[in-house]
Write a protein that binds this ligand. Structure first.
Ligand code: DMJ
Length: 712
């Protein structure tokens, strides 16, 4: 009897405590929410949204500790967690709490605030104002870079100075991986000038790059960063200049003689040593642009770094008619792919390039893996190689099966809204309870394959975090509901997804999101000479650094979001974005191989039918960087007819998320496990139709953001 009295006493004490909190501070929870998360909710509500950050993540799913959403549970357990079970649909009119209230913190806003704010139309004048604000943001950053930093790589926007590689501290990889002493910010920004229609500045900037930038530098850079930021930008600008039908205005360069393409070739040749003397074919992460792979170099690389080179290397190869670049990049992708887990199909985030052993076994959508997935799909879109699509579809399937937690549908059914978590690649077990800000690119990728509903949901989750901090912390712990890593270096991923979702849905909600992002960037990151990295998303302290992707991606996507008549989205599927936001035209010419039997192991034939010996990894010869373009290459140089066929950026890609897959299947649970069908070209009609219906989902998002479950 005594223990019963004790339990009863404790229960009464707890209820009493809640009652006091409710009466004194107005902190009482709604029963619905509290019933699910009695401990953590109180914890959350007692901390000011602007209060100090929680400590780094604690034990995962600690029994008796903070309880949390069912995202903690592995797929296949619990009533609402399994991607393999059809979720129960709610009775009509039954609405309840949702766990995103966690992300947002309190529900102390007026009940209709979100509806009022987001469901209305976005007036054209406001849209034009936001477009001008985005343009002004780019101009302010760019002009200050040119005035205070050029020819150095980056702008220190607080002290109005330039920044180059950290020669004094070679171990400062955060700087030295990216800054190669090659005017990085100017190079990275070239196509944004074109996208904004600024032909005079584009022409000036291209000439400046041609006349002043050299890659003959004693700089040890990361192959991935040099590829996506520099090589990709040079190729993008080259294609704009040489495409007589490009829609951005007069971007011609007087007496242009393919200099940017030569520069791209020169840089790529300097990166090639990374692909030599590697037993797996997976490249070294870093090279010195003058001397090759440094003797004391690291044998470990992240998957995204080694496996996201194919778009730029492939374009270069196909423009030059020289298979070398695409071949090494493709070999790296395949080598990584072959190392995936037999059980889960997942890849880890860090691998040893000599042994092929996974050093980092974490599989997720963020850092270390993000652009690997992205480039499987984008390589297929560009080059049409079926194996790329097959790899992408299989990867997407594994992601759905092992990384995705929560309920089946975004806005219906019981349980937590979906979330993609970090798991062990071999077991599929949860590895931690954080997500990173890089992962916010994923909804944009889902838009490309037509999985719009899931994209809407994941994007809304990230936006909820942004709303809370006015930025995205580098890592956010969804169990502690607090940032684990506090900085925000002006990253573009959420804006990128916002833009692509707007293009897919045309729902003004995304314009409101963009406005919110623009305004918080203005408020928290604008400094004397540009925009500064947020050092701490809570106290809003800044760091004196403006990364080049702020101009090449963040500003570009914001501008495009509001520039209704921009040729990029007026051109349907003609243009695609690289992972650094550089526009590349999807061109039938890029789908034709200028060499034969490229993929045979032993070798192939060149265009003239002459047999070509396929170099083994250790035999790869670095070709002379001053080599001429092959005969016939000029026919590739002018831009050709656009390959675009649809009116949106949604591609007709069959597979788990595409036309034959999860998105279009009305009850889609089983389709997550289905293998992909054949691909076909043309717009994805199912996805387009569904995207057009997203006003239903908007309601859902609004409710989710308020911490409630939407009424159907
Ligand atoms: C960019 O350089 C690219 O988008 C890359 O793929 C990942 N991260 C940064 C921006 O956050």
């Amino acid at each position: 009897m005594q223990w019963r009295a004790l339990v009863l006493g404790l229960v009464l004490l707890r209820l009493g405590l809640h009652g006091v909190l409710w009466l004194v501070f107005g902190l009482g929870p709604s029963m619905g929410f509290y019933q699910r998360f009695p401990l953590s909710f109180g914890f959350q509500r007692l901390r000011s949204p602007d209060g100090p950050a929680s400590p780094a993540s604690g034990p995962v799913g600690r029994p008796g500790g903070l309880s949390g959403p069912s995202w903690l549970q592995p797929p296949g357990t619990g009533a609402t967690q399994s991607p393999r079970k059809v979720p129960r649909r709610p009775e009509p009119g039954v609405c309840g709490p949702a766990h995103w209230g966690y992300v947002l913190g309190g529900r102390d806003r007026g009940p209709d605030e979100y509806e009022k704010r987001y469901s209305g139309a976005f007036p054209p004048q406001l849209r034009a104002q936001m477009r001008d604000l985005a343009r002004g943001m780019f101009v302010f950053g760019y002009d200050n870079y040119m005035a205070h930093a050029f020819p150095q790589d980056e702008l220190n926007p607080i002290h109005c100075r330039g920044r180059g590689p950290d020669r004094g501290d070679p171990s400062n990889l955060n700087i030295n991986d990216v800054l190669g002493n090659y005017s990085l910010t100017l190079v990275d920004a070239l196509d944004t000038l074109a996208v904004m229609g600024n032909s005079s500045e584009f022409q000036k900037a291209v000439k400046l790059v041609i006349n002043t930038v050299s890659f003959d530098k004693d700089s040890t850079v990361q192959v991935f960063e040099a590829t996506i930021r520099v090589l990709g930008s040079l190729l993008s600008a080259h294609r704009i200049i040489t495409d007589s039908k490009q829609p951005f205005g007069d971007m011609t360069i007087k007496d242009y003689d393919n200099e940017l393409l030569y520069m791209a070739h020169d840089l790529a040749v300097r990166l090639l040593p990374a692909f030599e003397n590697t037993k797996t074919g997976i490249p070294y992460p870093r090279v010195n642009l003058k001397t090759g792979v440094p003797p004391d170099t690291n044998n470990e690389t992240c998957t995204a770094g080694a496996g996201s080179l194919l778009v730029e290397f492939g374009i270069l190869s196909r423009l030059l008619g020289d298979s070398t670049f695409e071949w090494v990049a493709r070999r790296a992708v395949k080598a990584l792919w072959n190392l995936r887990s037999n059980d889960t199909g997942l890849l880890g985030n860090v691998v040893n390039i000599q042994t092929g052993h996974w050093v980092g076994k974490q599989s997720g959508l963020g850092a270390g893996l993000d652009s690997f997935y992205e480039y499987l799909l984008k390589s297929y879109i560009l080059f049409g190689e079926k194996e790329d699509l097959e790899m992408f579809n299989a990867a997407y399937q594994s992601i759905q099966n092992y990384l995705r937690r929560g309920r089946e549908a975004c806005n219906e059914g019981e349980g937590d809204p979906p979330l993609y978590v970090n798991v062990n690649m071999f077991s599929g077990q949860l590895m931690n309870t954080w997500i990173d800000s890089l992962q916010a690119f994923f909804p944009g990728l889902q838009v490309l394959i037509g999985d719009v509903e899931d994209a809407i949901c994941l994007h809304a989750f990230y936006y909820a975090i942004w709303k809370r901090y006015g930025a995205l912390p580098e890592r956010y712990n969804w169990q502690l509901q607090a940032p684990d890593v506090l900085f925000y270096p002006l990253r573009p991923e959420l804006v990128e997804s916002t833009y692509l979702l707007y293009q897919a849905t045309k729902n003004p909600f995304y314009l409101h999101v963009g406005m919110d992002i623009l305004q918080s960037l203005e408020k928290y990151t604008k400094v004397k000479c540009g925009y500064a990295t947020l050092h701490h998303v809570i106290d809003k302290s800044t760091e004196d650094r403006m990364e080049s992707f702020f101009l090449s991606e963040t500003c570009k996507y914001l501008y495009l979001l509001f520039d209704e008549d921009n040729p990029v989205h007026k051109s349907g599927t003609r243009y695609m974005f690289t992972t650094e936001g550089h526009i590349v035209s999807v061109d039938e010419h890029l789908r034709e191989l200028p060499w034969k039997e490229f993929f045979s192991e032993e070798g192939g034939q060149d265009q003239g039918g002459k047999s070509v010996h396929r170099p083994k990894p250790h035999e790869l010869k670095v070709i002379n960087s001053s080599s001429n373009l092959p005969a016939g290459a000029s026919s590739w140089l002018p831009g050709a007819e656009a390959g675009g066929r649809g009116s949106l950026l949604i591609w007709s890609i069959s597979g788990p998320g595409g036309a034959n897959g999860r998105h279009s299947a009305k009850s889609s649970t089983s389709s997550r496990r289905e293998k992909s069908g054949d691909s076909h070209d043309g717009p994805n009609e199912d996805a387009l139709r569904s995207a057009a219906n997203t006003h239903i989902h908007l309601n859902a998002i609004v409710y989710l953001m308020r911490g409630g479950t939407p009424c159907p």
